[in-house]
Design a protein around this ligand. Sequence first.
Ligand code: NAD
Length: 508
Amino acid sequence: MAVMEKSDVKSAGQEAIPVKNPVTGATIGSIPVMTRDEVQAAAQRARAAQPAWEALGVKERAKLLLKWSDALIADLENAIRIIRSETGKNRMGAWEEVIVIASTVNYYHYRAPGILRPQSRRPLVIGKQKAKVYYKPHGICGFITPWNYPMLNALQDLIPALFAGNTVLHKPSEVTPLTSIYAVELMHKVGIPKDVIQIITGAGTTGAALVDVVDYVAFTGSTATGRKIAMRCAERLIPCSLELGGKDPLIVLKDANLDLAASGTVVGGLDNAGQICISTERVYVEDPVYDQYVEKLKYYVQQMNIGTGDGMFDVHMGSMTNERELLKVEDQVAEAVQKGAKLVTGGKRRPDIGPLFYEPTVLTDVNHDMKVMREETFGPVIPVMRVKDADEAIRLANDSEYGLSGAIYTHDLKRGEALATRVQSGDMHINCTQWIFGMPSLPMGGVKNSGLGRRNGPEGLLRFVKSQSLVIDNQLMDKPKLTQLDPFTMRVALLLMKLRRLLPRLLV
Ligand code: NAD
C-alpha cells in the first residue's frame, strides 16, 4: 500500500484524506478512504493467508519478526524522520517509539514459544486420563489505532497477534498513517507475506467496516469510540480489547525528594506534549510540602526548551499534533482560570514556533469541579491540588471515571507500594512515571472507562488465542457401558477427591 501523491488521488477517482506535517502545516501525503467492499476483500485475502501463517509455527514466525525488528533498527533514522514528520514530536519521543517496539519483539521472540506451547493439566482420573490445553489463533485480528504514538500504539499490540499465528488488518489513525504504512512495507520486505498483514486506510467509517469482518478487535483510542466498537463486537459476539483514555493522578507525599518529584512530574505530564494516554493529568501534594513542590515544578517547567530542533536531549517538547486537542486544552485552561485556578506558568499558544505549539502549563488552586481535573486533557497541562494527607490523595485519585496509570512519590517504598494498590488503575509507578510502556513483560491496560483487556506480558499474547481443551482417555479397564460412571470409576473419583485435600500439590 503506497502513500498517494496528490496527482494519484485524482486519477484513482477515490475519496482521499490528506496527511499534514503539524509543524509546517504542509501536506506530506494522502491516503485513500477504503470502502466497505475493499475492506471485505482485504479480509478475504487475510483469511486465505491465515492457515499457512499458523502452520509455519511460532519459532519460524518469531524469526521473521526478529528480522523485521533488526531491519527497523538498521533504518532507525528514517523511521524517526517519518514519525516526526506526521506527529511533530521531538526526536527523543520518536526514538522511544522505535526502541520500545524492538524490545517488544525481543520479549515475545524469547517468551512466545513457551507461552503458546500446549499445556498439560491435572486430569480427573490420573493414570487413565490426560488433560491438555492447546492455544489457537482467532483467525484475523483487526487493529484500530490512534495518532499520538503511531508506531508504538499500533505495533506493540499487533506484534503478539502475529506471533500467535493470526493474520492482521491494521487501520492506523487517518492523522498519522504514514508510520504504519512504512512499518508494514518493511515487514513485507523481510519476507512476511503481504496478505498476512495489510494496512486499511481511512477514518471512522472504514474502521467500523473493519470491525464487521475480523474475528478479534484490538482498539486503542478514545473512550467514546471504544464504547461504539465494544457494542458492535458484542452484537457480533467477537472478543475485543480496548485501550482507552486516562486522567492519571500523581501523588507527592511529604517525605518525597521534591526535586525528583517535580522533575518526574515534568516527564509524566509533558512528555509528548502531554498527548499520552498515561500522561500525568492531575497532581495531589501533601499540605506540608505543597508550596515548595509548586516552586520546584515551576522552576523545572521553565527550564524546558520547546521547539522543532533535531537534538536528542535539548528539545524537551515538540508540537501538539492536532488542532482539535489544542482547542480542548485552551478550553479547559480558560474554564479553570475562570473558576478560580491560578496560572503558575505557560497557558499560551506559541505560533512563533509552529501553528500547534502550546506552552507547558502549570495550574494551581484547582478542584474537581473543573474540567481540567475531570476530563482527559491530552495536552501539556499540569494541574496541582493541595491535599491534607495520603488518604485524601487516594480518595481524590479514585474520584474519576478513568483508571489507567498513576504515580506516587515517597521515600518510603513499602508504604508507597501499599498505597499504590489502593488506587483504581491498571498500573502504578513509585517514584517514576511512564516506564510501563518500556516494559513489554508487564501487562498494561485500564479499569473503569479506561478500557478492557491488557497489552504486553503473557496476558497481551494470550488475548490473541482461544484455548482448546483435550481430554484423552487410554480406556484402562474400560468395558462397554450405558452410563458415564460405573462403580469402579465412582470409587476412584471419591478416593481422589479425599486424597486431593491431603496432597493438593501432587494431585490438584
Ligand atoms: P479516536 O477514538 O478519535 O480514534 C482512534 C481510531 O479509531 C482512529 O483510527 C479512528 O479513525 C478510528 N475510529 C473513529 N471512529 C470509529 C468508529 N466509529 N469505528 C471504528 N473506528 C473508528 O482517538 P484518537 O483521537 O485517535 O486518539 C486519542 C485517544 O486515544 C485519547 O483518548 C487517548 O487517551 C487514547 N489512547 C489510549 C491509549 C491506551 O493505551 N489506553 C494509548 C494511546 C491513546
